[in-house]
Design a binder for this molecule. Structure first.
Ligand SMILES: [Zn+2]
Length: 590
């Protein structure tokens, strides 16, 4: 018996040494909307600062989460209080109480508050939320650090209201407890806790385990979300040839009103604020699947394939990187591509998505916008033009290599050359990375379309991939017509820059004839009469006889085009074998 106790004591001591930093997160009363956080640790010397992150990976902007932390106190290993001086929103300087006796810091505790969603210009998945029957938080809102202790192992134990459970992607360390190999991993693992409303779904893909945690007031048709997730997971893990995690967790917060949409990537999980699909048939095609494909792809780019300027994370300073287009744009391109290559949606989906972006004719310099992300967040155009740049870069590489090299090679090269060696790429040298991966120099492409403001050569690039990009301007008559009590057709309004305005039509003009045909005298006939006019083409001549102030007038002029183009992107029936090979390569058709 004695031996057994002695062995247990040894084992206990070893665990304590193995995990030198132990967080306890306690929620007494969820309606108070706060977490009581305590960090107990192997003593470290006093006279150093404790920090709450000011900057958050994934949102790339300064958030100053310390604004919602207060009541911080610190103690030495004998339980005696230390002096604490709050230096700014995210820094507490912990001092020895007397100048003569050096002290150690052995315990820090503080209160973290619910961050109101509208207090930061960021996604709800970047923040935290406490409600009566659940909470969600993103790690940087909850856990702080000492600068030299970020590579230590951490354990977290939750003390929760009765019947609550807690989930996150960290390895379990017993009931309501988890372990992280470092501070970075600790705060990269968002958490959901709650009572019965939280449901868990497990499934396997290629022998790897996936868990979906669902925080929703009402039941959600999760079968349908799992059904669309499986081929996404299967495609992307096959693409990279690995599932580099012990288990991957999707944390879904479903809400029906009063929240913003949000999704945020992490190394072994992703968190979402989305509206629930109403039933199996109402999974909006492309929405859930695209968001999931985007966040899942992020587990490689940028969680493992990252810019060397991001790591090691310095959580207090803004980090300026110029490759946000590679992180978000290329990921968005692969999200769309995944849905087609995995057979979830037809190629027409990709064509529709890409021409919708192309027709905007974005000329923004993505490098400049990337560098401003820490101030204003990631600009939407980094996702949209960034995805188009991803496609065109893919086409450029395929076109110049007889379809032997592609963006696939670049992304996979980044994974083996950088991620597998746990080092970052230089985001100032991304063209060199592309060259190392494919042997192709894309500096000129980069200068024009990524770090430049040249017009995107939509037609030319789509053509190289066997696609026809056509811009049509529809005829624009620009009038509203009405029928008065005497069954006369008259002009009730005229829009600017239209056929009607160029004919100098005015409100109140009575139309007697169009193209030498007399306007019929009853409403039904007028409708079919006008539908013929609607069929006229741009450039054709329209002739009208009108009556204005009792006088008859003849008007004549061309049908003018509108200013908003109709753009179509279709497969070119006359594409060359090379162009077809490139198109098939992109679509994943052998
Ligand atoms: Zn993203």
């Amino acid at each position: 018996m004695k031996n057994l106790i002695w062995l247990c004591w040894i084992a206990g001591t070893m665990v304590a040494q193995d995990i030198p930093f132990h967080y306890t997160v306690r929620v007494d009363d969820p309606t108070a909307e706060k977490w009581h956080v305590t960090l107990t640790m192997q003593p470290i010397p006093a006279n150093q600062s404790f920090y709450i992150p000011a900057w958050s990976p994934g949102s790339y902007r300064m958030c100053h989460f310390g604004k919602w932390v207060d009541s911080l106190v610190a103690f030495d290993e004998n339980g005696l209080p230390l002096k604490v001086l709050r230096k700014n929103w995210g820094e507490w300087y912990i001092m020895t109480p007397s100048k003569t006796t050096p002290s150690n810091i052995a315990k820090v505790s503080y209160v973290a508050h619910d961050i109101p969603e509208d207090s930061l210009e960021t996604l709800p998945t970047t923040l935290n939320e406490m409600a009566a029957d659940y909470f969600f938080f993103n790690g940087p809102t909850m856990f702080g650090y000492f600068k030299d202790q970020k590579t230590q192992k951490y354990r977290v134990t939750y003390r929760l209201p009765k019947d609550w459970n807690v989930w996150c992607s960290l390895d379990s360390a017993g009931a309501s407890a988890f372990e992280a190999v470092s501070y970075d991993e600790l705060i990269d693992s968002p958490v959901i806790a709650g009572g019965q409303r939280i449901r868990r779904y497990d499934f396997d893909v290629n022998q790897a385990r996936y868990v979906m945690i669902v925080n929703s007031e009402t039941p959600v048709a999760m079968d349908s979300i799992i059904t669309i997730s499986k081929p996404i997971i299967e495609y992307q893990t096959n693409f990279f040839g690995e599932a580099p995690f012990s288990r991957y967790m999707f944390l879904f917060n479903f809400f029906t009103s009063g929240k913003r949409f949000g999704a945020l990537e992490h190394a072994s999980s992703s968190a979402y604020y989305v509206t629930p699909p109403i039933n199996q048939n109402q999974i909006r095609p492309g929405f859930y699947s695209r968001v999931i494909a985007h966040e899942f792809f992020h587990l490689w780019n940028p969680k493992r394939i990252y810019s060397s300027r991001l790591f090691p994370f310095q959580y207090q300073e803004p980090i300026k990187i110029q490759g946000m287009w590679f992180i978000e744009g290329v990921t968005e391109y692969y999200a769309k591509l995944t849905l087609v290559r995995a057979g979830i949606l037809p190629p027409a989906y990709l064509y529709h998505e890409m021409r919708t972006i192309a027709q905007e004719n974005f000329k923004d310099n993505l490098e400049t916008l990337s560098l401003r992300a820490y101030e204003v967040g990631v600009a939407p155009v980094i996702y949209t033009k960034g995805a188009l740049v991803g496609l065109f870069l893919d086409i450029e590489l395929r076109d110049r290599s007889q379809n032997q090299k592609s963006l696939d090679d670049v992304v996979r090269y980044c994974n083996t050359a950088f991620a597998h060696n746990k080092k970052g790429y230089d985001d100032r040298q991304l063209t060199q990375v592309v060259k190392d991966a494919t042997g192709i120099d894309v500096k000129s492409f980069y200068k024009k379309y990524i770090a430049g403001t040249n017009e995107m050569p939509n037609k030319d690039y789509f053509k190289k991939a066997g696609l026809l990009y056509e811009v049509h301007f529809r005829p624009y008559l620009g009038w509203y017509l009405d029928i008065d009590d005497d069954s006369q057709l008259f002009v009730s309004s005229v829009s600017g820059n239209s056929t009607a305005s160029s004919l100098k039509l005015q409100n109140g003009d009575i139309i007697r004839s169009i193209n030498r045909k007399i306007v019929p005298g009853d409403a039904d006939s007028v409708r079919s009469f006008l539908s013929d006019i609607d069929k006229m083409k741009v450039g054709e001549t329209i002739r009208m006889t009108i009556e204005r102030d009792g006088k008859s007038m003849d008007l004549k002029g061309p049908i003018l085009p509108g200013t908003v183009p109709d753009v179509i992107l279709t497969e070119n029936p006359n594409a060359s074998p090379k162009e077809i090979a490139i198109r098939n390569g992109i679509l994943g058709i052998q």
